[in-house]
Design a protein around this ligand. Structure first.
Ligand code: GLU
Length: 530
């Protein structure tokens, strides 16, 4: 690879189902790497495995990346959606590139690097069973290939005839025997594998009329001038084959550099985080809700109330670390700091409580206006349509304690609805002795002061506070008892921000009405209890 090579990376998902959060992380790291180095981020859809194709998966993948704020420069999802506008290497969907691959499969056959194999599934099954009976594992490799139904053994005219008459075949790569293959991984360093441990992988299936992943992937990464392949660790075992494929094509000099990302581990730290773990352990493993063609529903971060920025932030730190204590990163900060040499080799344990922590951190950093946008529809569903400045204020007062926008109602409902029930513990503790009478007296003072002031805008936090405190001081009343009783009357329990501010927001009429209501209801409740 020459030093001046343009940085071009790709995310190459197979549309076999929804994108798992590990897949989103792979896309994110590719995107960050591209942006960091002023390169291009491509999307290529690897859909040659027709048996595993799932309708809707491709759109889901694109929607998820868009939600995360990952922008596509080239390929599927780039431009205006037309094939011509996707970029210079269109089409970027492998099922539409069949003609391109035929030529390259042919080239490998002609150079002796690949061969036709006609073994039926039954014949291979028999070989497997026989090997097992001997206590061995069957491997389609240099030890057996010459004796099987392949173009290595059969005369050329018979091979041609079988193909012409429509016999099913596969094309297999001919792995050289006994060779040490030295590979380099940007995260793991140098890795050496002996080629004798590899089997002759299938590169083409006549049944699909399409190449398999291995052939299509190498041909496309070459033709699309990919500079770095950044992908999940599960592809590391394929790396020797990929090295050999580049060599067989004569492309070793320009082959991409490789980086295999560590696995995402279950919250227990034991084993790979799987698509089923979310349901079992009660957290989403998908970026967005997925409804399968069969109608099964899997939870998504988006619908569960996560902010895309929080989701991206938490994924970025699952496998990469900045080398500092910083934990909160905007996309711009990630772009300016991301580097592959700070990606770890060992698996990254996913912790659902840490995910919630990130969301909370973003929650408190969000502007009141933005949160009000999220909260207004929740209020509308409950038939509440307050003026926006008040809602913004309320949001600002309670967001500190929220993790998700959905928590805002629970934390602030008492602003919108007068209490219909009073917390038993708080009532037992404070609604006793002289307190009910004190609150009744205080209410009269509040009403009178406001009447005297004759103006709504005198009903301010500062004024209310002043009235309450001077009354307490003048009468020598116990501050804690009075304030807690008043809070019980207005909020129904012992929670919430500053009481005077609550009074201001709900308004004087409502405040006085709530006090009256509490005096009546709590009296009845206490009487009934006797
Ligand atoms: N299509 C492969 C996948 O689904 C891509 C692997 C690669 O990036 O080479 O993960």
């Amino acid at each position: 690879m020459t030093k001046t090579r343009d940085i071009r990376v790709r995310f190459a998902p197979s549309p076999t189902g929804p994108l798992h959060m590990g897949g989103v992380r792979t896309a994110l790291y590719n995107y960050l790497f591209a942006r960091r180095h002023g390169g291009k981020f491509l999307i290529r859809i690897e859909d040659t495995d027709t048996a595993r194709f799932v309708p809707g998966a491709e759109q889901y993948i694109l929607d998820s990346l868009r939600w995360c704020g990952i922008e596509i420069d080239e390929g599927i999802g780039a431009g205006d959606g037309t094939t011509e506008k996707q970029g210079p290497h269109a089409p970027y969907r492998q099922s539409e590139r069949r003609d391109i691959y035929i030529k390259y499969a042919q080239q490998l056959i002609e150079t002796g690097n690949a061969y036709y194999a006609f073994d039926t599934a039954d014949a291979l099954e028999t070989l497997r069973t026989e090997a097992e009976a001997r206590g061995e594992k069957f491997s389609y490799d240099h030890t057996v290939r010459e004796g099987l139904e392949t173009s290595l053994r059969l005369p050329a005219d018979e091979v041609a005839e079988r193909i012409a008459r429509g016999d099913q075949y596969v094309i297999r790569f001919r792995i050289p025997a006994g060779e040490d293959i030295k590979m380099n991984d940007l995260i793991r360093g140098e890795v050496t594998i002996n080629s004798s441990t590899l089997d002759d992988k299938v590169l083409w299936k006549s049944s699909d009329g399409l190449p398999t992943y291995h052939l299509a992937n190498i041909v496309d990464d070459h033709l699309m001038e990919i500079s770095h392949v950044i992908r999940g660790e599960e592809w590391l075992p394929s790396l020797p084959l990929h090295y050999l494929l580049y060599r067989a094509f004569g492309w070793s000099d320009t082959q991409p550099l490789f980086a295999h990302l560590p696995l995402l581990l279950k919250p227990t730290g034991q084993g790979k985080l799987s698509k089923r773990d979310g349901d079992k352990m009660g957290f989403p493993v998908f970026p967005m809700r997925w409804i399968s063609p069969e109608g099964d529903i899997a939870a998504g971060y988006k619908e569960d109330g996560y902010f895309p920025e929080a989701f991206v932030n938490l994924l970025a730190l699952l496998g990469w670390n900045p080398g500092t204590e910083q934990e909160i990163f905007s996309m711009e900060e990630l772009i300016s700091q991301f580097s592959l040499d700070r990606v770890s080799k060992s698996g990254a344990r996913f912790q659902p409580e840490k995910a919630r922590w990130f969301n909370h951190e973003y929650m408190i950093r969000k502007s009141d206006a933005e949160l009000t946008d999220a909260f207004t529809p929740i209020l509308a569903e409950k038939g509440i349509a307050w003026e926006r400045p008040k809602i913004e204020r309320i949001v600002g007062l309670v967001k500190e304690r929220a993790t998700f926008p959905g928590d805002l109602w629970e934390l602030s409902s008492y602003f919108f609805l007068a209490p219909t029930h009073y917390d038993d513990k708080a009532a037992a503790k404070f609604w006793k002795g002289e307190n009910p009478a004190r609150i009744a007296a205080l209410k009269e003072v509040l009403a009178a002061e406001v009447r005297a002031a004759q103006a709504d805008n005198d009903w301010t936090t500062a004024n209310i506070d002043r009235i309450i405190h001077s009354w307490i001081e003048a009468g020598g009343h116990p501050m804690g008892q009075v304030m807690n009783s008043l809070r019980l009357a207005i909020v129904g329990e012992s929670k919430g921000p500053g009481l005077a501010e609550i009074c201001e927001i709900i308004g004087k009429t409502e405040t006085l009405a709530r006090i009256d209501n509490a005096i009546n209801k709590l009296k009845t409740a206490t009487a009934a209890a006797i």
